[in-house]
Each structure stands twice: as C-alpha cells, then as structure tokens.
Design a protein around this ligand. Structure first.
Ligand code: GLN
Length: 472
C-alpha cells in the first residue's frame, strides 16, 4: 500500500481506478494488525468498515460520494458512536455502549468517511503520556520505548504509523497538540464553541474541544470544515459563519508574537529553543514580523488550568455512580457501598487524584481561595491575550518543552507531569484555536512540534497560514 499523506492523493487514485475503498480498508486493516504492539487501537471495526467501503465505492461510481470519500479515520475512545462500546479508557465504563453518535461522528459519516476503530487514550483524557489507560500505554511509532503523548496518544500513534489517514482527539489542555508534536504529525484544537461537544465524554466542559489529527495541513482544514458549525445539541456553539481556509485573506506580512519568557524558560530543552529560533528566523525571511513580547502569566497558567479543570471534572464525573453507566462493584451490598466501591474500584489513580483535588478547590472553606481566584486569573489571561491580538495575528511557541519521554520514566511527583502542558494550556484557558505543526526535529532524531495560536474564530486564517509552511 502507498503511504498516503493526503486525502486528495487517495481521491486521485480512487478516481483513476487504481484503488477502491474496499482495497484501501483491507490495507489499513492489515497495517493495524501488523502494528498491534503500538497499542493504539482498542477496538477495530473491520466488519463495519468493509461494509461501508462497498457502499462508498458504489457512490463513487455514481458520482454521489461525499467530500470525505476515501478517508479512513479512527476516533478517540471518549467520542461516542451509536451501538459501539466507549470507555474513556476507564474500567468505570466497562460494558457500556452508546445509544447515539456524537455530532462529529454523524458529520463525518454524512460525508462518507469510514470509521475503522476506536483509539486508546488516558483515562477520561487526563494525562500527557497515555500511560493512565485501562488498556495500558501507547507506544510511539518513531521509538517504541517512548510515549506517544497524551491524552490522545492512540489517535496520534495511529496516524503517525499510517494505520488510518486521520483521527479525532479531544484537547482540554493540549491533548491533541502534544501527542501530535511527539509523533511528528499535525494536530489542531479549534476555538472553544466551534465544534459540537455533543457525544464527547466530558472532562472539563469549559475547556474541552474535539479536533483532528492528520498527516497534512490540508486534511486538517477539510476535517475541521466538515465538523464545525452550530448544532442544536450544544448551546455553547457560536453562530459565527465557518469560513473555509481557502477563503481566508491572508496578509503577506503577518505579525507574529512569541512570549519571551517561554523561550527563555530554563524548563525548555536547549535544542527546542534553538529550533524555535530557527523557525522564527525562517518566518522573518518569509517576510513576517516576529516579535518577542512580555506575558506575565506564563507560570500562572498551569495552576489555573489544574484548579479549574479538576473542579469541572469532579462535577462531571459525579455521574459515574455504579448505577447509571458501566461498572458496578460485585462487593456492593447497599446504595452507599454501590457508590463507594464502584467508584473506588472503577476509577484509576490519576482520575481519583483529580476528583479529590477538584472537590477540595470547590469546598466551602477553600472555594474563594482556589476556584474563585483561578476564575479571576483566567479572566486576566483572556484579557491580556485579547490585547495581544489587537497588535498581532498569531502567537508562536514550541508545542512542548522537550521531545517524547521514555515510557518507563518514573514520575514520583505528578505536578512534574503537569508542567508538560506549559505551552498548550494557554489556548484552552482563552478558548483560542491552536495548531501543532511538525516543523522541526531534535538532534535525538525525534520530531518537535511548533505551535501557532490565533484569535478566537480565526481558524480559516490560522489554517491557511499552516498550509503555507513547508514540511521539513
Ligand atoms: N495533559 C493535560 C491534562 O492532563 C491535558 C489533557 C487534555 O487535553 N485532555 O489535563
């Protein structure tokens, strides 16, 4: 099978008749089978995918196929698909099947995408390494001793290894962009309020967004355009028109800011700094204006993120009580022990840590000191960011402070892992669209993502810009 990087190449071959969807699906299924050690897929929908491929081949023949005909796609295990199991990689959802499909799934299917399976992730999307999963860790296809990133590690590994052309993930604090960076592919988080969250298993509802992983900026745009836009099932969605990247008017000279403190941070791997500086130079050579600016909230953002998201998670995850969904403890003997034992046995250690932290920051004695204060800090970050976008079109930074770390790297202090999110949480705190592009390589041979963030609802401009950057 050809190693396809773009839907347009697949569609050209489909139209020329050198392949068809049935053969394409068989090829991907074979690759999935050969790469089981990556632990990217937790379920493969071989039967469904084959059946849909036959239907779509007939549509192609009749000239009635949708925009995504030929796109074989995987979905993160926290996005629901009617009559299919979904678990958020948690034991607490053991045996649960969804009665409906997420809006994004329906939109993909309407355009004739083929969903080939569901993908491993951190439990309830909490993590940066995909090691907190009931299915075990995902391996990075570029170095199997290393993590693929998280929480959407399976979605990233599958696309990077060519087990599907694209995938969906969710990004609450970087869970699309960080694994995209670690595995050398494209990952995009749209504006909060652009893509329906209906059918996404909630982690932190004022931060969560669904977005695509792909092997080209074009496919990211195509998937975004298919999924974005109002939906009656999600009233946080904007009614603003979804402009296509191809319709964006991009000034020749863009004004791009970066946070001086971010590039000077001692937490940054020196090679990441060097590569970021190389990209800045290249951008300047392309005629853009790039300027280092002061941003006083860099160290504030990770604590704000973890206070607010754990607070929201503690509330969202209250519904898993051993009665409504999935797992129920066999040792339970009355209502209270059903709640207590099912939750104790059903949730993993990271999810428990976050529920406890979230409950604490919301508790009456500490609400003002933590939750209230973090909300105020969120507003300050948002206001400052709006101010920056009065003078600049984009904000640039490396996606992560270093490349993919080893799977066996021991972290005795969980807050060490939380610092992993230092560059990505900004876009979630502010709701801005943000993309990680595979523009650099470390001297250790691993890929390094570069991140561009735009003003809210400026996806078209951001994606048009991403398409102008050459893949090294
Ligand atoms: N690493 C972050 C966390 O653990 C991001 C998670 C996400 O975006 N879902 O919260």
């Amino acid at each position: 099978m050809k190693d396809y990087h773009k839907l347009s190449d697949i569609q050209a071959d489909l139209n020329a008749g050198s392949i068809n969807c049935v053969s394409l699906v068989e090829d991907y299924l074979k690759r999935i089978d050969e790469n089981q050690d990556l632990n990217a897929f937790v379920d493969v929908y071989a039967h469904d995918a084959r059946a849909r491929a036959t239907v779509i081949d007939a549509k192609i023949k009749h000239g009635t196929a949708g925009k995504l005909a030929g796109m074989v796609i995987g979905i993160k295990d926290n996005i629901v698909y009617k009559d299919h199991p979904v678990s958020a990689a948690s034991k607490i959802l053991d045996g649960f099947q969804s009665l409906f499909s997420a809006t994004v799934v329906e939109r993909l299917l309407e355009e004739d995408a083929i969903i080939i399976g569901r993908l491993n992730c951190d439990e309830f999307a909490m993590g940066s390494s995909n090691r907190f999963s009931k299915y075990g860790a995902v391996k990075n296809p570029l170095d199997k001793d290393r993590v693929a990133g998280g929480s959407s590690g399976g979605s990233a590994a599958a696309v990077s290894a060519g087990l599907c052309l694209a995938s969906l993930g969710s990004d609450t604090g970087g869970s699309i962009r960080q694994p995209a960076s670690f595995t050398g592919i494209y990952g995009f988080k749209p504006t909060y309020g652009r893509i329906s969250r209906h059918g996404l298993i909630a982690f932190a509802s004022s931060f969560d967004q669904i977005g695509p992983f792909a092997r080209s900026a074009e496919d990211i745009s195509t998937l975004y355009e298919v999924m974005a836009g109002p939906d009656n099932f999600d009233n946080t969605l904007s009614k603003q028109e979804v402009k296509k990247a191809s319709e964006a008017e991009l000034p020749k000279k863009l004004r791009i800011a970066y946070f001086k403190d971010a590039l000077e941070s001692e937490k940054l791997d020196p090679k990441v700094r060097e590569e970021s500086e190389r990209i800045i130079k290249e951008l300047e050579e392309q005629g853009h204006e790039v300027k280092g600016i002061d941003f006083p909230f860099l160290d504030t953002m990770v604590p704000v993120y973890y206070i607010l998201t754990t607070a929201e998670a503690s509330s969202n995850l209250a519904r898993y009580d051993g009665i409504h969904f999935g797992y129920r403890s066999e040792n339970a003997h009355d209502l209270e022990s059903t709640y207590k034992l099912s939750r104790t046995e059903g949730f993993g250690p990271e999810v428990k840590r976050r529920i406890l932290l979230g409950t604490f920051v919301l508790s009456s004695g500490y609400y003002d000191a933590y939750y209230g204060k973090a909300q105020k800090a969120r507003r300050l970050v948002q206001d400052k960011t709006n101010e920056i976008f009065e003078d600049f079109d984009l904000i640039f930074s490396p996606t992560t402070p270093h490349t993919a770390f080893r799977i066996d790297q021991v972290e005795s202090d969980p807050t060490q892992m939380y610092l992993e999110d230092i560059f990505t949480v900004h876009a979630n705190i502010t709701g801005c669209p943000s993309i990680s592009l595979p523009l650099a390589k470390h001297e250790n041979g691993l890929p390094l993502g570069m991140q561009f963030t735009a003003q809210r609802f400026k996806e078209a401009e951001l994606l048009a810009f991403a398409q102008t950057l050459v893949h090294n």
